[in-house]
Write a protein that binds this ligand. Structure first.
Ligand SMILES: [Fe+2]
Length: 305
């Protein structure tokens, strides 16, 4: 019996798969995404002449990335980060990059969490007894026109002074070194954190395996993450990086931008700052040794929607 079966070859397989994958789809953007994905995957396979054993290894690897992922461990984001995909998506979509005065964005990273504290200005994101040197983190959030913006939700997160995020600590009993603040009527945010330190990304999983095979750096430069939200302004995900970090030019997730590199300043007589930012209670709670504070200051500029 004659059957109408198209012989699929290396030449016609790609357009055939694209056709059957998109012929029942109406959404043009979905068609564009699926077409591009299939085309590039097929082109890659042909370009490198992928061997069956290599295909099998890749499937096993991606399966392992999935197994390594959980709500507390975003291995898939980490893979995207170390392959530069997160930085590329950030860069090509950054509205801030098109307006000189706007604060530049940076990668979200795998350690943002909804399990955080809602705090008021002047409070500490660290729990009492947190590891690390205390640091005042403060600044003003303004519009491009220079007007202070009240009511911006400023979500801040960083590692403990030991280089680990709270979610990496199996003994944690709640959020630590993270919190959400609201800017006051002068657009100010101010809080007590710990001086950021360089940290190694987790290397006991599939991304660590990849970095090991590629003999790549596993250390991120010291930084504090921020996510700013306000109903009238574009959301901003960014981070501030310590200028004195020896890893400032070798960030393994490619998040560092010149405008986000800051000098973390030591202040050995911070009485005026403590008064201005009402830090007395937080410092007492944090058992401050009275010897001085690190200070990270950054003025943020948001773009209107
Ligand atoms: Fe980070």
């Amino acid at each position: 019996m004659d059957i109408d079966l198209e012989e699929l070859t290396a030449e016609n397989l790609t357009p055939h798969v694209i056709k059957v994958s998109t012929e029942n789809v109406k959404n043009e953007r979905l068609i564009e995404l699926v077409t591009g994905l299939i085309q590039h995957l097929h082109d890659y396979v042909k370009q490198v002449q992928l061997k069956p054993a290599e295909w099998d290894a890749a499937i096993q690897y991606l399966t392992q990335v999935g197994h390594d992922s959980s709500t507390d461990r975003q291995e898939m984001i980490l893979l995207s980060d170390v392959l530069g995909v997160s930085a590329l998506v950030d860069t090509i979509n950054s509205a801030q990059a098109k307006v000189n005065s706007a604060t530049e964005s940076s990668v979200l990273g795998p350690f943002h969490s909804e399990d955080t504290h809602t705090l008021t200005n002047g409070q500490s994101i660290g729990s009492p007894g947190v590891i690390g040197e205390l640091m005042l983190i403060h600044g003003t959030v303004r519009s491009v026109g220079g007007f202070p913006i009240e009511g911006v939700a400023v979500d801040v997160w960083e590692t403990n002074g030991n280089g680990f995020y709270d979610m990496q600590d199996p003994r944690r009993d709640g959020p630590n070194c993270r919190g959400i603040f609201q800017t006051d009527s002068r657009g100010r945010y101010y809080l007590v954190g710990v001086k950021s330190v360089n940290y190694d990304i987790p290397i006991d999983g599939s991304v660590g395996l990849l970095l090991n095979i590629l003999k790549r750096n596993i250390t991120r430069p010291a930084h504090v993450h921020f996510q700013l939200k306000h109903p009238l302004y574009l959301n901003l995900t960014t981070a501030l990086y310590a200028s004195d970090s020896e890893h400032i030019t070798s960030d393994l997730v490619f998040g560092v931008k010149k405008s986000l590199v800051k000098s973390f300043q030591w202040n050995n007589n911070p009485a005026a700052l403590i008064n201005e930012f009402h830090l007395q209670e937080a410092l007492q709670k944090m058992r401050w040794d009275g010897k001085g504070l690190w200070v990270l200051h950054h003025e943020c500029v948001l773009l209107e929607k």
